[in-house]
Design a protein around this ligand. Structure first.
Ligand code: PRT
Ligand code: ZN
Length: 223
């Protein structure tokens, strides 16, 4: 996919926690869409703005390569990829969107020897967010081993793979069901509007600002 010269492209999660709220917000911002046959694309019917439906993890990459000018993605995904990219051009957050709220937290077994963050020194922490965790550990002056797991992080302590975990939490029900408790929040997240690090043409910069303002207007109407 390469961006059309005169149409904006915005990448949105195809299915998952952010999918419905993302499209709902774009509709409230005044956009009307017609789906492509394969349901990977939504054509803007009333404005020159199309939607690409993708996995959330692909959104930062699509913005970096310039396939899309804008994206709606969790700040956790955006900042994880920025930190992992170590100074490479990275998408920018334009606007927090007020949904998809969650926090990346370190959690520990409810019964165990860990009582405070300093107890994490020298232990293993399992996570799907190694860059965000490593950044927090460095800022906190702690040395722990980061064990990367892509899914079912909450069972790592029981499997003997790590002494603690670092995972997204919203209600806390998943931690409780796994006899874990939150020790400390590492990063606060919600869905955000993000933009490509590529310099847009002057015409597209105007379109981007108009859409950002329309979305901000829809959000202020939500309250
Ligand atoms: O298929 P695709 O790759 O697009 O989707 P995905 O499965 O990677 O992502 P998805 O849909 O699960 O999450 C998308 C985004 O929603 C995340 O990147 C976060 O920004 C946001 N979000 C908000 C959450 C949660 N809340 C959340 N609770 N993402 C995941 N969780 C998980 C968490 O990992 C844990 O397993 O839910 C569980 C904890 O929930 P509670 O309510 O039990 O605390
Ligand atoms: Zn994902």
């Amino acid at each position: 996919v390469s961006a059309a010269p005169d149409r904006l492209r915005i990448a949105v999660q195809k299915s998952g926690r952010l999918a419905e709220a993302s499209l709902g917000l774009l509709r409230r911002a005044g956009l009307a869409f017609r789906a492509s046959r394969d349901h990977l694309f939504l054509y803007g019917e009333n404005l020159p703005i199309d939607v690409l439906l993708v996995r959330d993890d692909d959104i930062p990459g699509l913005l970096v390569e310039g396939s899309c000018e804008l994206g709606i993605v969790g700040r956790n995904v955006l900042v994880e990829q920025r930190l992992a990219g170590a100074g490479a051009p990275a998408p920018q957050e334009l606007l927090p969107l007020g949904f998809g709220g969650c926090r990346l937290s370190i959690a520990i077994p409810q019964s165990g020897a860990i009582a405070q963050t300093s107890d994490l020194d020298g232990l293993r922490i399992a996570t799907s967010y190694p860059a965000l965790l490593a950044d927090w550990l460095a800022r906190s002056g702690l040395k722990a081993e980061v064990v990367v797991l892509n899914g079912s992080v909450e069972i790592a302590p029981r499997l003997g793979k790590a002494e603690a975990i670092c995972d997204l939490v919203s209600s806390g029900a998943t931690l409780a069901a796994n006899q874990l408790r939150e020790l400390v929040t590492v990063f606060d997240s919600q869905a955000v509007l993000a933009s490509s690090p590529r310099e847009p043409t002057a015409a597209k910069a105007v379109q981007i600002e108009r859409l950002r303002a329309r979305i901000a207007g829809a959000l202020s109407g939500d309250g």
